[in-house]
Design a protein around this ligand. Sequence first.
Ligand code: ATP
Length: 250
Amino acid sequence: MSVLSVKDLRVRYSANGPEILKGISFELQSDDFLAMIGPSGAGKSTLIRCINRLVEPTGGEIVLLGEDVRALRPSELRRLRRNVGMIFQEFNLINRMSVMDNVLSGRLGYTGNLRSLFRHFPKKDIEKALYYLDRVGLTDHVDKRADALSGGQRQRVGIARALMQTPKLLLLDEPTSALDPKISREVMALIMGIAKELGVPALCNIHDVQLAKEFCNRIVGLQDGVKKFDGETATLRDRDLEEIYAMEVL
Ligand SMILES: Nc1ncnc2c1ncn2[C@@H]1O[C@H](COP(=O)(O)OP(=O)(O)OP(=O)(O)O)[C@@H](O)[C@H]1O
């Protein structure tokens, strides 16, 4: 089943600026862990940010969970965004807050304004946070400040926070690029395992082609805003990679 359908997606950041995405189309199925690869500046982050309209497309269509994303009003967009868990390169944690509070902040889209103002969360949210903290291996770090953790641990907090939303889609923007190779592999294995367990599809921007091949069942390759490859990981050949990364070689 298609969870996300993107058709002829186009983006310009300014009216007279260059076209950054030049008509991208692809589908994400409910069991996909899809890697978006391509050289720096190809438009991977722009694309992922269009899906929940952190970036406004200039053309094309995005249908997410049956809804036409570009047509949504602000309140409908907020509701749709709750269904999308985002995991970022720089973790985006609040350093002075505890691990637990960072994870609970994943529920803010669901909690009433007054409750979130006083950071008063229902007991079931706290139980859920403890469950996910255990799942990502951070049970012993619940009360620590976020800035007392290593990079890999910080990304685990980011994963637990995204899961608190009960997402129907995970968007991962370079989740491992701030981590060393060993920890990157552990974090990718964790995200893939959880996505499978929960039956949630994922779209992952990733620089490291080796990691993409190891953990993702499908690969889309972008170069300069154009799709150069879209297929099962096993079908990606060296000459496809040469085409995707051609500009870097030159
Ligand atoms: N807010 C913005 N305003 C103007 N141009 C932007 C903006 N964000 C990105 N760009 C430009 O869009 C192009 C694509 O950037 P984007 O970050 O989407 O690529 P990327 O493939 O994710 O690259 P990287 O792997 O380096 O993160 C680049 O030329 C970049 O300079």
